[in-house]
Design a protein around this ligand. Sequence first.
Ligand code: PEP
Length: 254
Amino acid sequence: MGVRRPFIAGNWKMNMLSSQAADLMRTLDHGFSGEDDVDIAVFPPAIYLRDAVKLLSNSTIQVGAQNVCWERNGAFTGEISPAMLKDMGVHLAIIGHSERRTIFLEDDAMINRKLRHALDEGLMPVLCIGETLSERNAGKTEAVIERQISKAFTDVPRDRIPRVTVAYEPVWAIGTGKTATPEQAQQVHRVIREWLGTVCGEGKAATIRILYGGSVKPENARELLHQPDIDGALVGGASLKADSFLAIAEAALY
Ligand code: PEP
C-alpha cells in the first residue's frame, strides 16, 4: 500500500438507536488495536456525534459526519455547519454521497460549495463520486468520474487538495451486494489518481487516499484493498457489525 496508510471508514447512514450505536462503538474500541497500521473512522448519524466523540475520546478510532452544510451559520433549517462539527470535536465529513445526490438532489455545484467551505473551515472531507449502472453500461464511467471530480474541486486551492480523501463508490454497487471487481475498481482509481496528478502534481497525488465503496465485506475486502490505487474502503452495511468492520480493517493489512 506504499506511502498511504490504509483507511477504513464506516458509514452508518440512518441506522441504530443510541444504545446500539454506543454498544457498537465500545465493541469496536475494544476490538481495535490502535497500533495496527490502519486508520479507522466511524460516521454515525449526526445526533450521536457528541456521544461518539466522548465515547471514543481515548481511542484511535476517528469520528466523522455523514454530511455538512456549505455555510457557517444562518437560516438553513436542519443543517449542520463545519464550524459546529469542529466545535464538537469532529474533523471528518463525508461530502457528496450518492444517497445525498440521488435522494436529496445534491448536485455538483452544491457538492463543490460544501467541499470548499469544509476545507476553508479546516475539516478533512471524504468526497464521494461514482457512476450509475446505466452510465457504466453506456461506457461513460470515466467521463462521469472526471466530471464529478473536476466540478467538486473547482476553485479549490491546489495546496488543499491533499487534505481530501476521495471515495470511488459505483452507485450500482452500494447496498446491492454487487461489488466492482478489483480490476474494475483499480481502473477507476487509477483514473482518479491521474486526474489528481494533473491538478496538484504526481507527488502530491501519490499521497492522497482513494477509498473504494460498494458492498465491501470481509470476503471481498482483501483483493480490493490490495490493488495498487485502492487505499481503503468506505463501508456501509458491513460497518454496522463490529466483527465484519474489524475484519475489513484487518484485510487491509495482510
Ligand atoms: C456506502 O453507503 O457508502 C456503501 C458503500 O454502502 P454498502 O457498503 O452497504 O454498499
